[in-house]
Design a protein around this ligand. Structure first.
Ligand SMILES: [Zn+2]
Length: 363
């Protein structure tokens, strides 16, 4: 990591600590953290590595528990329920989702393609000011992982998480046929917080983990169709130049073509049951790496393996993220729960018919 990049990180860490620790005099915190940032090495941590050292954090050894890079699987539900009380929505905006015919209509795909270039993501860098209205809107957020045919001998998780390019192309074409329009999480938050309009039948396409096949296989298919998507990347994996993951050049190229690049943490280690210092390291470290590399600050997190708790949300919120996506299944988004946005898991076995059925569910 470049020296000045580390310095930026330390400065932000100091800022975040000062906001959060009211009881301690700020100057003491600055001195402690400055000493910590100067004295400790940031160690990039791979999965399967047992311990991680944190920059600028006292007692900085924690135990890492990730077991594989594809540890979004198995598709378990998160265990933590929030303390947020969901009020009855004053205004429920419901995207129109209709039951669909079982056979694919014969409309030409070319005729359905948008004629104008989509808004490049992110649509906005200024957080929308909530207008005070409690809102729920139905916007399906699809969750993909690998976009390739699983290699021979792939385990059950890899198989489940892998959507072959031909199937993905069929998904995209079917979405167009059914009248869906891809949007992004920035526009979704704008709709939730201010009632900003969304396109008809909006859908958000997301990819977790930032695999290289997202660039090689998914990106050309999306670009051909002028469709948007969001990729949640693991920043240490890119920094380490792991061959299975994106490079920063790939991320930059996609970003210029309407793909949002957001945070999936630094190293894919669970964000549940962690102390504040560790969570700050994950939240700020991934945010500042993406901002440094791409020039755009990420505003959304996808919790690795879908695991988080109340502290995770508090820390990411303090670090000026706008929201988080989970592995909880559903399509109803609530502006009282921006850090617990549900998604719809797309599997290797999800046919276009099944995809449309999932999008049509009232959940
Ligand atoms: Zn993941």
């Amino acid at each position: 990591m470049a020296v000045w990049r580390r310095l930026l990180y330390c400065i932000s860490l100091v800022q975040l600590k000062m906001w959060r620790v009211d009881a301690l005099p700020g100057i003491v915190m600055v001195m402690m953290l400055a000493a910590g940032c100067a004295g400790n090495e940031v160690v990039a941590t791979a999965p399967n590595v047992a311990t991680t050292t944190l920059a600028g954090v006292e007692n900085a050894t924690i135990t890492a528990t990730a077991s594989s890079t594809a540890s979004d699987a198995p598709p378990g539900e998160i265990a933590v329920q929030p303390n947020v009380v969901v009020t009855t929505a004053a205004a429920v905006l419901t995207a129109t989702l209709v039951e669909t015919p079982s056979e694919t209509p014969t409309v030409s795909i070319a005729a359905l393609l948008p004629t104008s270039t989509p808004t490049t993501a992110p649509a906005s860098v200024i957080e929308p000011t909530p207008d005070g209205v409690v809102r729920q809107i139905r916007v399906p957020i699809l969750m993909y992982h690998y976009l390739s045919t699983p290699p021979p001998g792939a385990d059950i998780y890899r198989q489940d998480l892998s959507v072959p390019p031909e199937l993905f192309a069929a998904h995209l074409d079917r979405l167009l046929v059914e009248g869906y329009t891809t949007t992004n999480l920035y526009q979704v938050v704008d709709a939730l917080q201010r009632g900003a309009p969304l396109p008809d039948k909006p859908v958000v396409i997301t990819f977790d983990d930032g695999y290289r096949d997202n660039y090689e296989n998914a990106f050309p298919l999306l670009k051909e169709r002028s469709m948007q998507a969001t990729i949640f990347v693991v920043t240490d994996f890119i920094d380490e130049e792991r061959p299975a993951y994106l490079t920063w050049d790939m991320a930059r190229e996609m970003m210029e073509d309407g793909i949002s690049i957001e945070s999936h943490g630094r190293n894919h280690i669970s964000l549940a049951n962690k102390d504040d210092d560790y969570l700050i390291w994950q939240a700020l470290g991934s945010l500042e790496t993406i901002e440094y590399e791409l020039g755009v600050r990420p505003r959304f997190v996808s919790y690795p393996a879908g695991e988080y708790d109340r502290r995770t949300i508090d820390i990411f919120q303090s670090a000026h993220y706008w929201g988080g996506v989970t592995t909880r299944q559903g399509a109803t988004l609530d502006n009282q729960r921006l850090f617990e946005l549900p998604r719809i898991r797309v599997r290797n076995t999800t046919t276009p018919d099944e995809l449309i059925r999932l999008l049509s569910l009232d959940w």
